[in-house]
Write a protein that binds this ligand. Structure first.
Ligand SMILES: [Zn+2]
Length: 134
């Protein structure tokens, strides 16, 4: 995609702190990090999000996630949040499939993520709605 910022990074038209690259994927530091070491694993083919990726691409992304995760754990002696935002309502700002690796430690180096626990959730109804689409 001509105007996709991640495609431009992949083509090296925009510089990045590239940590990992092979034929299918690239990993680089997020320029708007939520913690030290926050990086992104992106596929080289332009897909809107991970639900659209082919199996080979997904496999390559997960292999890169594992490799970079090990490096981050070793570098920061931390925990990690691994996540992919899908669609704008979930926080996806670049419409090119990517996975965030966000180091978390007890010194406050953590993802800016809020998980609010819901009360009185109808689990059976939720289950029935989702399972019919799998
Ligand atoms: Zn792209």
């Amino acid at each position: 995609m001509d105007n996709c910022i991640f495609c431009k990074i992949i083509r090296h038209e925009i510089p990045s702190y590239c940590l990992y690259e092979n034929d299918d994927v690239m990993a680089f530091l997020d320029v708007n990090p939520t913690s030290y070491g926050h990086c992104l694993v992106v596929c080289k083919k332009h897909y809107k999000n991970i639900t659209e990726c082919d199996k080979k691409t997904l496999d390559a992304m997960i292999e890169a996630v594992q490799a970079i995760s090990k490096a981050l754990l070793k570098t920061y002696a931390c925990g990690l949040n691994v996540l992919s935002n899908i669609n704008e309502v979930a926080g996806q700002s670049v419409m090119h499939a990517h996975i965030h690796l966000i180091p978390v430690n007890k010194d406050g180096n953590k993802a800016n993520i809020q998980f609010n626990e819901l009360k009185d959730v109808p689990l059976k109804e939720i289950y029935d709605n989702i399972i019919k689409n799998i």
